[in-house]
Design a protein around this ligand. Structure first.
Ligand SMILES: *Cc1c(COP(=O)(O)O)cnc(C)c1O
Length: 356
């Protein structure tokens, strides 16, 4: 097999090798069944076991008890920009911290909601998480993006709100423990920190299911999926299968708290290397820096292409910043091993020395 690189892509993103190896086997045969995961009924016993154990593992890892419902949906996190206000009500407060929250706000406005921007970091180029929120009493919900994948900022902790807090956790779910007491609904596309593209997780407080209005199309109703255990129609079976393997892998690593400590250490090493050289500059304010997406730029013009070429030659992939902002970005989700970060730190040091 070709040597596997350290892949810093923001999403779809690197997955644990053990997970990929097991999935490869399961393509040909689930155990000794003689048929693979892509080929069996989504209502048969083999898939039922996979579906239910993935759901149970994720609930456990998220620390969610019997007052929560976990759904496997399709349409990406982007469909949740619509489904959340459709189901919970669109007169909502949003915190604007980057490209993804911008899109979420736009969708709520399309529904005719009385949408209020409770805080924004747009005036400083989305380089920080706002600290003062202007929340309205009686808002349908408060929406935040816990980790801004493009800008490399992350809420140090989730805010306390009176209205249900809705959190887009697409790029940091299960990277650190979350205080669910503060939360009403979490959604996350799987392809950053959880598995392959094609499935979106929604964790919703059961009491909020009562808000789904009559007359909403069947597939857009959280209640449809809750009532049918996320098998109203054919679910994305392969994506759910792999997410289940990733959940098991997280358990094998010591759980979410152990990964959080490892993620913190990885991020600190990388930011230290960036801060150590005047050739690099982190683009997020230190107090708002993400432990998942480390965004930076080279302070001297014209060196970025050379940096990326040299990185690729060392097996360090996916370091180009998002097309909307440029610069560089290293995504270091759960599945990026510490050795990958060490290799990138060595390269940063060498590149800085060569251009001193
Ligand atoms: C990637 C991403 C999205 C969009 O996810 P899709 O599954 O492609 O719709 C939304 N929010 C955040 C924070 C993201 O990182």
């Amino acid at each position: 097999m070709t040597q596997r690189a350290y892949n810093f892509s923001a999403g779809p993103a690197t997955l644990p090798l053990e997970v990929l190896e097991e999935a490869r086997e399961a393509l040909l045969s689930l155990g000794d069944l003689g048929a693979g995961i892509l080929e069996v009924s989504h209502r048969g016993p083999e898939y039922t076991e996979i579906h239910e154990s993935a759901r149970a593992r994720l609930l456990q890892l998220l620390g969610a008890g019997s007052d929560w419902e976990l759904l496997f949906l399709q349409g990406g996190a982007s469909l949740q920009f619509t489904m959340v206000p459709q189901n919970l009500g669109a007169d909502a407060d949003y915190v604007l911290t980057g490209n993804w929250s911008q899109k979420a706000i736009a969708e709520a406005r399309l529904l005719g909601g009385d949408v209020h921007v409770a805080a924004s970091s747009e005036d400083t180029g989305f380089d920080r998480i706002p600290t003062e929120l202007d929340l309205r009493p009686g808002a349908s919900f408060v929406h935040v993006t816990s980790n801004n994948t493009v800008r490399g900022t992350q809420w140090p902790e989730l805010p306390r709100t009176d209205a249900p807090l809705v959190v887009d956790m697409s790029s940091d779910i299960l990277s650190r423990p979350v205080d669910l007491d503060r939360v009403g609904l979490i959604y996350a596309g799987a392809q950053k920190n959880l598995g392959p593209a094609g499935v979106t997780l929604v964790l919703i407080r059961k009491e909020l299911l009562a808000r789904t209005p009559d007359g909403l199309p069947t597939l857009l109703r959280y209640t449809t999926h809750a009532e049918k255990g996320s098998r109203f129609n054919t679910p994305p079976v392969f994506a759910i299968y792999v997410v289940g393997l990733v959940a098991r892998w997280i358990e094998s690593q010591g759980g979410v708290a152990a990964l959080a400590a490892r993620n913190e250490a990885k991020a600190q090493r990388l930011y230290a290397a960036i801060d150590a050289s005047p050739l690099y500059e982190g683009t997020a304010r230190p107090e708002s820096r993400s432990r998942m997406n480390v965004t930076f730029r080279i302070t001297r013009d014209g060196l970025e292409e050379e940096f990326l070429r040299g990185a690729a030659a060392r097996g360090l992939l996916g370091l180009k910043g998002h097309r909307s902002v440029g610069g560089l970005r290293a995504s270091i989700y759960n599945a990026m091993p510490p050795e990958g970060v060490d290799a990138l730190v060595r390269y940063l040091d060498e590149f800085a020395a060569a251009h001193a």
